[in-house]
Design a protein. Structure first.
Length: 307
């Protein structure tokens, strides 16, 4: 066979994906029930603290084609050989059949635009919720409520599991739309999935996943409405949400602590420099946020309080 054809760009789903209008920020009390704001010591790994500051974004690369208006990029915080902590991964997620996972030796190579390798996923993925962790690429297969683990060495799917009751394909996305119903995350304690269900009435639900089998180890139901926030990430067992995907001066506006089962409002400044945030994830090894902001792959330094 000849060279693989570039995926045809179909504007239909994009028009639909961006239909969600930006919501104005409302007072925290609208989303939060009264919660105890006291916080006993968390049992998480050493050196964990609360997020107290997010710095200015640093641009690492820019997607050149329309397929890269939104996407996902990351490094593995706990890589397995032959991959390293410098190996960088990227997916441009605009289009109906998104299967290309780009592998780079380092973020600098990503900036120059030439991947070391292109993996063709056995199933197309949906949206920008994917992560890389312990040698696996974890993603939501298109139009399903499942999560799959693609083994980066074996180049095959080694586990796939439905998340019971999870909304998908536009039921409970973040505020920008983009079919962001199911979002994976990694922190100091392991692999998580962020989603919502009919039972939770659109509030964010968190589940801790076994990274080999994708079995759910434990689930928490928050009182933060998923469509009311732009994105979220997890640090030291605490979920943090971003207020807006397009306001230049957004904030990290809520925290939900899985150790205590309580939420609290926050107001930590967060800059959307390019005004279209479609992905944000925490890397616990680098202690940085990785984000995709309108074609741009950026990182943010963070500071945690002393536990």
């Amino acid at each position: 066979p000849g060279p693989a054809a570039a995926p045809r760009w179909d504007p239909q789903p994009i028009a639909y994906q961006e239909l969600q209008s930006e919501r104005t920020e409302v007072p925290a009390s609208r989303f939060l029930e009264e919660t105890a704001l006291g916080r006993p010591g968390s049992e998480d790994s050493a050196g964990c603290g609360e997020l107290v500051w997010v710095g200015e974004p640093v641009v690492f690369g820019r997607a050149e084609s329309i397929a890269g208006k939104y996407g996902v990029w990351m490094k593995d915080p706990e890589p397995v050989p032959p991959f390293t902590q410098e190996t960088t991964w990227r997916v441009d997620t605009v289009g109906t059949e998104v299967r290309q996972l780009f592998q780079y030796e380092a973020a600098e190579q990503l900036a120059r635009g030439y991947p070391a390798k292109v993996h063709i996923l056995p199933q197309p993925l949906e949206s920008t919720g994917a992560v890389v962790y312990r040698g696996g690429f974890f993603f939501q297969p298109r139009r399903s409520r499942a999560v799959a683990r693609y083994d980066l060495r074996g180049e095959a799917i080694t586990a796939e599991r439905e998340i019971p009751g999870a909304g998908y394909h536009g039921q409970y996305p973040y505020s920008w739309g983009g079919y962001t119903d199911i979002d994976l995350a990694v922190d100091e304690t392991g692999l998580w999935v962020i989603y919502s269900t009919e039972k939770a009435r659109g509030a964010i639900v968190l589940s801790k996943l076994d990274p080999e089998t994708l079995e759910i180890r434990r689930t928490w139901e928050t009182n933060i409405r998923k469509r009311g926030v732009a994105n979220s990430f997890i640090i030291c067992g605490t979920l943090y949400t971003v207020s807006s995907y397009s306001a230049p001066n957004a904030t990290i506006n809520f925290a939900y602590d899985t150790a205590t089962g309580t939420s609290r409002p926050l107001s930590i400044p967060f800059e959307n420099r390019f005004r279209y945030l479609s992905m944000v994830d925490y890397n616990p090894t680098e202690r940085r946020l990785f984000a995709w902001d309108s074609f741009n792959m950026v990182t943010y330094p963070v500071r945690l309080s002393q536990p």
